[in-house]
Design a protein around this ligand. Structure first.
Ligand code: TXA
Ligand code: MG
Length: 351
């Protein structure tokens, strides 16, 4: 029995491990979002991930490692060095929703790293992900050990990340060869926090459920932003999750504060376009209760707890897309590092 009571067939983990060993792709549940996984040291299999997603193959992927010994044996396989502060972050947050960029050891994970001399490593907390990683590290019948699963989010490039097995199926409906493990809805709901540990100080590349404040407290070091690095003339790494437009639903997303959102609704009056099928063409997703005279508006309340908001964010965007709304008006999340992950995803969805 796994997260949220989902039960897997007893041989599902073995079948998943076998698919990875044979160079295939796997829809893999993690606590953040579902990944599209392959053997991180198999260049052909990793090329299959880039092709399936339509992702440029110089955008590096995150490699997931097993949790025994705190993830350290997987780290030793892929990383050339581990700075002391990175070690402290692994002890504090692994297994969990934190990815660390480390110097890459020569000859390993090259395709997954998109040709960079660094590698992104994460030890996921989801029991299904760990069961697969663990099976791959303890092969029977003399099969080769698989050290890590390269897995970006299991969505087409630039689109909303999947947080259920059904979302993965919706993204890759044409891929009848794709094995998807159902581990239930993802607890966290947005992608891992990414910290670059190759620049002397921790650099926040992508905010997530583990906040910048928590990272700084755990390693006793102040975090640097990519903007600060650029101001010092240092090039920052390419990270597709950090592209300005990303995580985008089909509908156009607009972020407004509560006052501007209410004014926009007031200006609509009672007359609101319907979609071709007669459904609502505008959706509102806000923490604050909004008044509207128009009936043809889909209203959803954003939870006031940032962890709950993150948990449901991508599901809500997908549900609203399924209604074929043209516009999604979202109330800007509050200030403060606890909301950084949700605010970042919404800003990119709106870009
Ligand atoms: O929560 C997550 O991180 C999910 C689950 C499946 O683990 N994975 C995920 O992967 O979000 P993806 O590929 O969608 O995002 C990976 C991000 C990208 O922005 C990528 O550029 C960055 O991590 N990244 C990976 N390796 C890197 C490296 N060596 N240097 C810089 N950025 C890297
Ligand atoms: Mg992604």
């Amino acid at each position: 029995m796994f997260a949220d009571g989902v039960e897997l067939a007893p041989d599902a983990i073995a079948a998943a491990a076998q698919a990875i060993r044979k160079g295939g792709l796997l829809g893999l549940p993690t606590e953040t979002v579902y990944g599209l996984g392959a053997d991180a040291d198999n260049g052909t299999a990793v090329a299959g991930i880039f092709a399936a997603k339509g992702r440029p193959n110089d955008h590096p992927l995150i490699v997931h490692v097993a949790s025994f010994d705190g993830g350290m044996s997987g780290v030793s396989h892929y990383a050339a060095r581990v700075p002391a502060f990175a070690q402290q972050l692994m002890s504090a947050f692994w297994p969990g929703p934190l990815t660390l960029i480390l110097p890459r050891r020569d000859g390993v994970g090259a395709a997954a790293a998109g040709g960079q001399n660094t590698i992104g490593l994460r030890c996921p907390a989801h029991p299904v992900a760990q069961a697969v990683l663990s099976a791959l590290r303890q092969p029977t019948d003399g099969e080769p050990v698989v050290w890590g699963i390269a897995a970006p989010s299991a969505n087409r490039f630039g689109r909303v990340s999947p947080t259920t097995a059904q979302h993965v199926l919706d993204e890759f409906a044409d891929r009848t060869d794709l094995l998807i493990l159902d581990g239930g809805p993802c607890d966290v709901g947005i992608e891992s926090t990414i910290i670059d540990c190759t620049r002397g100080a921790p650099v926040l590349l992508r905010p997530g459920a583990i906040t910048a404040d928590q990272v700084a407290a755990a390693c006793g070091r102040a975090l640097v932003t990519p903007e600060e690095l650029e101001a010092q003339g240092q090039a920052t790494p390419r990270a597709s999750g950090t592209l300005e437009s990303h995580y985008a639903p089909n509908a156009t997303v607009r972020l407004m504060d509560a006052k501007a959102l209410q004014q926009a609704l007031d200006m609509l009056g009672t007359d609101v376009d319907k979609t071709a099928k007669g459904g609502p063409s505008i959706a509102v997703y806000s923490r604050t209760a909004m008044k509207t005279a128009a009936r043809q508006i889909e209203q959803r309340r954003m939870p006031s707890d940032p962890a709950v908001a993150a948990h449901e964010l991508f599901s809500v965007l997908r549900e609203l897309d399924a209604l074929r709304v043209k516009l999604i008006w979202v109330e800007t999340p509050p200030a403060g590092s606890a909301w950084d992950g949700v605010r970042d995803r919404l800003q990119r969805a709106a870009a």
